[in-house]
Design a protein around this ligand. Sequence first.
Ligand SMILES: [Zn+2]
Ligand SMILES: [Zn+2]
Length: 135
Amino acid sequence: MADKKELYSGGCACGQAFFKVTGPPKRVGLCHCMTCRKAHASAFNPFVVFNKQDVELQGELRDWESSPGYSRRFCPVCGSRVASVRDTEIELSLGSFHSVSVLTPQYESWIIRRERWLNPLEVPQHERDAGASLS
Ligand SMILES: [Zn+2]
Ligand SMILES: [Zn+2]
């Protein structure tokens, strides 16, 4: 089987854990929920979701199941959040990519937790979850 073309790549801050993506994004969002805020130690989490088979993770990662069936994986050396895994999907944070402005959020979730100093993007706004098919 021929190697699939690498479309995106990124990794943790120390570089021991990294990812390669060979398939198209399913959706790109920005989450303001308290769990994302704390897990990333940031005001929000911009993320992209891919099919699991399109993402290759390498290096050592530890797991935190932040909700049933949803596992947040992080580098045990530097603490960076690298991926979240659920069913057939993997979520990567845009902040983990090796380049900036690779993908742009298409919606925002949990805007009831958005910092007041942060302006909304001109995309669909969801007070809480964006719906069963989104996160
Ligand atoms: Zn690391
Ligand atoms: Zn969240």
